[in-house]
Design a protein around this ligand. Structure first.
Ligand SMILES: N[C@@H](CCC(=O)N[C@@H](CS)C(=O)NCC(=O)O)C(=O)O
Length: 210
């Protein structure tokens, strides 16, 4: 049975679509629009899992939620491509960025974007979170100055995991953007065929999410 990815528009669930493309897995995508005012997911997602958040992966009778858990599930089914590198240092960096993406940098981006919707009263709070985010980005930029990919010389799933936080930080966090190494890395991920196929599936330019 073909796996189904439940994808919320402009969300971290686009990474699951990209991972499936990289692994050459057959899948079906179901797209959901955000509420135009609150940006929340539609209530329909709660019929699949009580938290109602994207991504959700369905594989036959199995429902898998939480980006990291879905990554583990898909990588365990695949051959060794994109998994944790055998080299000890690269393996450690791989694990670090797999957790850092949603554990450290993504919460700041969500906070900045959420506060940003609340108007003038919270401007000081936004500035404080932006400052913290900028410190993370400076560090990530420095890291990417030493090697082409997050783990080392090879592209891995850690690059897919880090993609959404960095794309979202660039476009939605309202920062003065001057991170040349992150930009060069974004150029490298954008050049990948699987990334382009995934984005064409996840965010088709002229088709409303449904
Ligand atoms: N840590 C969870 C986060 C899930 C999450 O918050 N997803 C967001 C999309 S980026 C969502 O569904 N937002 C809509 C909502 O909260 O209603 C994961 O990585 O799967």
């Amino acid at each position: 049975m073909t796996m189904i990815v439940h994808h919320l528009e402009k969300s971290r669930s686009q990474r699951i679509v990209w991972l499936l493309e990289e692994l050459g897995e057959a899948y079906e995508i179901k797209r959901y629009a955000r509420d135009p005012v609150t940006a929340s997911a539609p209530a329909l997602l709660k019929t699949l899992h009580p938290l109602g958040k994207a991504p959700i992966l369905q594989d036959g009778a199995k429902t898998v939620v939480e980006s990291g858990a879905i990554f583990d599930y898909l990588l365990a089914r695949s051959d060794h491509r994109l998994r944790k590198p055998d080299d000890a240092e690269e393996g450690l960096r791989y694990t670090h960025f797999m957790h850092y993406a949603d554990g450290s940098i993504m919460p700041l981006i969500v906070t900045v974007v959420t506060l940003g919707r609340m108007g003038d009263a919270v401007q000081q709070g936004i500035m404080a979170v932006r400052k913290g985010l900028a410190a993370h980005l400076a560090w990530v930029d420095q890291e990417l100055g030493t090697r082409p990919w997050f783990a080392g010389n090879s592209f891995t799933a850690a690059d897919i995991m880090m993609s959404f936080p960095l794309e979202a930080a660039r476009v939605r966090a309202g920062l003065d953007w001057s991170y040349a190494n992150i930009d060069a890395w974004l150029g490298r991920i954008h050049a990948r065929g699987a990334y382009q196929r995934a984005l064409a599936q996840a965010e088709p330019a002229d088709q409303p999410a449904s």
